[in-house]
Ligand binder design. Structure first.
Ligand code: 5GP
Length: 204
């Protein structure tokens, strides 16, 4: 019998909302999700490792990936490229495993075009002031970058309409629980199961 494809779960939301923290917390738990490691041209932050946090690439290498159609989506974000390698995603989904992307909103909208059946989750900050303090507390960015990220974040929040779910990140553990509940429920959607169970009827 043909193997069922996994679900593509897209976690997105404004810069600084804590997508990375929530994604790491989910991946640290014993879930069946496979995380797709992104490529970026930005410099590694302290403690980040190539092949774990990102695949760190030069601008030339990244542009070659774009030209060779090796990226499912990509975006330029605050002066750097970020993108999702397509082969890993396709391969993993075809093995029947669920794949988690953690990407910014422009990229999420591109993914939606290719994967209308994906599950699109928008992570929402409790408030804009909370968002600003999270971006500031990270301590790795200059004032200019912080202000730019806040401006981008407000535009990003307006794109919430295009998502299937909105999850508030008031506390990381709660956000994780909500996302896991969404993934579980998505597996039992009638539209995903109806063909499978109709085939069962044919067997008797
Ligand atoms: P950071 O530089 O803080 O790690 O990431 C900046 C933004 O890029 C975050 O919103 C992050 O979710 C997003 N991002 C990370 N990987 C990708 C990717 O592969 N594609 C897109 N479109 N955005 C990404």
């Amino acid at each position: 019998m043909e193997k069922e494809r996994g679900l593509l779960i897209v976690l997105s939301g404004p810069s600084g909302v804590g997508k990375g923290t929530v994604r790491k917390a989910i991946m640290n738990e014993d879930t069946d999700l496979q995380y797709s490691i992104s490529m970026t041209t930005r410099q590694p932050r302290e403690g980040e490792m190539d092949g774990v946090d990102y695949f760190f690439k030069s601008k030339e290498e990244f542009e070659k990936m774009i030209a060779d159609n090796k990226l499912l989506e990509w975006a330029e974000f605050v002066g750097n490229y970020y993108g999702t390698p397509v082969d890993y995603v396709e391969q993993t989904l075809s093995e029947g495993k669920d794949v988690l992307l953690e990407i910014e909103v422009q990229g999420a909208m591109q993914v939606r075009k290719h994967f209308p059946n994906g599950v699109f989750i928008f992570l929402m900050p409790p408030s804009l002031s909370e968002l600003r303090s999270r971006i500031t507390n990270r301590g790795t960015e200059t004032d200019d970058v912080i202000n730019n990220r806040m401006k981008v974040a407000k535009e990003e929040i307006e794109l919430m309409e295009n998502y299937d779910y909105v999850v508030e990140n008031d506390r990381v553990e709660l956000a994780c629980e909500r996302i896991k509940a969404i993934v579980t429920a998505e597996h039992y959607r009638k539209d995903r199961l109806v063909d499978k169970y109709k085939k069962l009827l044919e067997v008797e």
